[in-house]
Design a protein around this ligand. Structure first.
Ligand code: SAH
Ligand code: AVI
Length: 322
C-alpha cells in the first residue's frame, strides 16, 4: 500500500497570502481582531506545549485524567479497522491513550495547520507505533481538505480534544460539526473535549500564568506578523490581557497597546490608541447540557459523556445522525 506522508498541503504562497489578507482585514475591523488559528506557527506550537504543562492550565491535565480512566469505554465505541482523524493534533499526546486502548485503530490521521510541527510529531508517533499507519494532513480544518485515498477501505472516527472547539463562535462550532460529519460519514463517532464553566478565579488564572508563557504565546502572533509579513510591531509596547466574560461564558484574550502608536504592515499603516486592543482569542466554556444541545442542533447525538473528579472538563462521544 503506498501512503503519501502529507496530502492536501496548499502551496506556501497561497497560505502566506491568506494570512496577509486576514491580518489586514482584522486590523482594519473595529474592534481590531485576529484569528487564533494564526497562533500556531512553529514557535506558537512550542509555546502551546509549554502552556499544557503550566500549573495554572488545568484543561490538559483534566482531559488526560478522563482519557486515562475511560479510554477503554471510548475504544468500545469504535468499529473494527477504524481510521481515527484528529482535528488540531498538536503534539498527538492524548491520542496515544486511545491508540493503546483501541486495537480497532488501524490508521491515525493527524490534521493540523502547524505543518512543520505536524511532520515532526507524526515522525515521533511512527517510531513509537510501527504497526500504525500514520497519515498526517497539513490543512486548515475549517476548510475543505482531502483525506488520504488509502483510507477508503477503513471506517472513520474523529477526535477533537483540547477544547479547541471552544475557540469557535457557536455558529462556527456548528459549521465545524457539520463539516466533520461530512468528512467522517454517517453513523461515525466523534470524541470531543469540552472545557466546562467553573469559577472565574480558576478560569482567569489558567490564561494568566505566573511564568508569563500565555503572554508570550499571545505576543508571538505579533512576532509572527513581523517575521512573515515584514511588519514592525514593537512587542514591548503591547501587553497580554485575558479575562473571563461571565455573560458570554468565555475567556477573552487581547493584546493591548500600551501607548498611542502606528504600525506598518505590508505598507499599510494601522493606528492604535493607548489602551486599544486586538481581540486574539475566545475560549468558550460549556456545560455538559449546553454542549449537548449545540451538538444536537448540528447533526450529532451525545452517546456518552465523561468528566474528571473536579468537574473541570468533559469528554463527549457524539454519533453522526443518519
Ligand atoms: N489536540 C491537542 C492540541 C490542541 S491546541 C491537545 O489537545 O493538546 C490546538 C491545535 O489545533 C494546535 O495544534 C493548532 O495548530 C491546531 N489548529 C488550530 N486551528 C486550526 C485550524 N483552523 N486548522 C487546523 N489546525 C488548527
Ligand atoms: C487550543 N485552545 C483550546 C486553547 C484554549 O485554552 O483556548 C488555546 C490557549 N489559549 C491560551 N491558552 C491556551
Amino acid at each position: 500500500m503506498s501512503i503519501p506522508s502529507v496530502v492536501a498541503r496548499r502551496p506556501s504562497e497561497e497560505r502566506y497570502s491568506s494570512f496577509a489578507r486576514d491580518v489586514i482585514e482584522g486590523l482594519t475591523a473595529r474592534p481590531k481582531r485576529l484569528s487564533p488559528k494564526y497562533f500556531y506557527d512553529e514557535a506558537g506550537s512550542r509555546l502551546f506545549e509549554q502552556i499544557t504543562e503550566l500549573p495554572e492550565y488545568y484543561p490538559t491535565r483534566s482531559e488526560l485524567a478522563i482519557l486515562r480512566t475511560h479510554a477503554a469505554d471510548m475504544a468500545r465505541l469504535l468499529p473494527p479497522k477504524t481510521a481515527l482523524v484528529e482535528f488540531g493534533s498538536g503534539s498527538s499526546k492524548k491520542v496515544r491513550l486511545l491508540i493503546d486502548a483501541a486495537p480497532a485503530i488501524a490508521a491515525y490521521v493527524p490534521v493540523d495547520i502547524s505543518s512543520q510541527w505536524l511532520t515532526e510529531e507524526a515522525a515521533r508517533l511512527r517510531r513509537d507505533y510501527p504497526q500504525l499507519a500514520v497519515l498526517p494532513v497539513a490543512a486548515d480544518f475549517t476548510q475543505a481538505f482531502r483525506l488520504p485515498r488509502s483510507l477508503a477501505a477503513l471506517a472513520r472516527a474523529g477526535f477533537f480534544p483540547g477544547s479547541t472547539i471552544g475557540n469557535f463562535e457557536a455558529h462556527q462550532a456548528c459549521a465545524f460539526l457539520q463539516h466533520a460529519a461530512r468528512i467522517l460519514g454517517e453513523n461515525a463517532i466523534l470524541i470531543v473535549g469540552i472545557d466546562l464553566v467553573k469559577d472565574a478565579r480558576t478560569l482567569t488564572a489558567a490564561y494568566n500564568d505566573a511564568a508569563g508563557v500565555t503572554a508570550k504565546f499571545n505576543l508571538n502572533l505579533l512576532a509572527r506578523i513581523n517575521r512573515e509579513l515584514g511588519a514592525n510591531f514593537d512587542l514591548a509596547s503591547f501587553c497580554h490581557q485575558a479575562f473571563y466574560n461571565r455573560e458570554r461564558q468565555r475567556i477573552e484574550m487581547h493584546l493591548a497597546s500600551r501607548v498611542r502608536q502606528r504600525v506598518n504592515v505590508r505598507g499599510r499603516m494601522f493606528e492604535f490608541r493607548a489602551g486599544e486592543t486586538i481581540h486574539t482569542e475566545n475560549s468558550y466554556k460549556y456545560t455538559t447540557e449546553s454542549f449537548g444541545a449545540l451538538a444536537r442542533g448540528c447533526g450529532w447525538t451525545t452517546v456518552a459523556a465523561w468528566t474528571d473528579a473536579d468537574g473541570y472538563f468533559s469528554v463527549q462521544a457524539l454519533r453522526a445522525a443518519k
